[in-house]
Design a protein around this ligand. Structure first.
Ligand SMILES: O=C1O[C@H](COP(=O)(O)O)[C@@H](O)[C@H](O)[C@H]1O
Length: 266
């Protein structure tokens, strides 16, 4: 259970005593969204990130979720991926496969990983093509506002520098308005070549969750959630503002240690 929870202006903040409690609530949240999406349109289109998120999702591999979640209805994507081989230690696909997907009965053909045998530019282009096909065949809904895909859930982590997916501070791709998936070759965090969902896609999702743990992220959590101005360079996580969808921040006590919380009080 959360130590603190508050909702304001379409955003929800949940703060947990420790990562164990956060993980339990995160598993409940994902399982509930999965059930609701399957009921509503027959599938659950979920985009994962890499990093600490996957181990925080670990409870989904355990009872009761391993049995109660309708895994066959999951269509799995990545909000960002490093352009490395799928068996490379830096691959977000490998992280999710080892930590989650190999432990639950997902359908292999529903797992949409990137083409890692081409350049970052081509990998982004190919990935957007795959997503367009699934929008056309109505596996993924489409936003009536932006014409972007409307994922049922996009799960993001946040780096200490405020990056989300592979959208880093001061990068031009933050301004991308047309592409759904773009690429970078100069990631400040290795490896340098990555593909990433753009902000219009992230902000078109029905649900976005940002999952953040650890004291090294406390400054960025404060700048983003307390909406400190000026915040230079502007932190990508602050630009995560779903147009119609819900935004939930799952934060542990150490990452929340510098929050003043004024933006969530009346
Ligand atoms: O490089 C990346 O970093 C972020 C944050 O990772 P974390 O380990 O600090 O949680 C991650 O969300 C992103 O997917 C990944 O490519």
């Amino acid at each position: 259970m959360a130590l603190f929870g508050a909702k304001k202006d379409g955003r929800e903040l949940k703060i947990y005593e420790n990562t164990d409690e956060l993980s339990t609530d995160l598993a409940d949240y994902i399982a509930e969204l999965s059930e609701a999406s399957v009921k509503e349109h027959g599938v659950f289109a979920i985009a994962l990130s890499g990093g600490s998120l996957i181990s925080l999702m670990g409870k989904l591999c355990e009872a009761p979720y391993n049995k109660t979640v309708d895994w066959a209805k999951w269509y799995i994507f990545w909000a960002d991926e490093r352009v490395v081989a799928k068996n490379h230690a830096d691959s977000n696909y490998k992280l999710a496969k080892d930590g989650l997907l190999s432990k639950v009965p997902v359908v292999p053909s529903h797992v949409h990983s990137i083409n890692d045998t081409v350049s970052a530019e081509k990998a982004a282009e190919d990935y957007e093509f795959v997503i367009r096909q699934l929008v056309r065949t109505r596996v993924i809904n489409v936003s009536d506002i932006s014409d972007c895909p409307k994922f049922d859930l996009i799960l993001l982590g946040m780096g200490p520098d405020g990056h989300v997916a592979s959208l880093f501070p001061s990068h031009l791709v933050l301004d991308e308005k047309e592409e759904w998936v773009t690429f970078i070759t100069d990631s400040p965090k290795p490896p340098p070549e990555r593909i990433t969902f753009t902000l219009p896609v992230i902000n078109s999702a029905s649900n976005v969750a940002v999952v953040v743990t650890g004291g090294n992220k406390a400054d960025s959590v404060h700048l983003v959630i307390d909406d400190v101005e000026p915040d230079l360079p502007s932190l990508p996580a602050k630009l995560v503002q779903p147009t119609k969808g819900n935004l939930v921040w799952f934060v542990d006590k150490t990452a929340a240690s510098k929050l003043d919380g004024t933006k969530f009080s009346e």
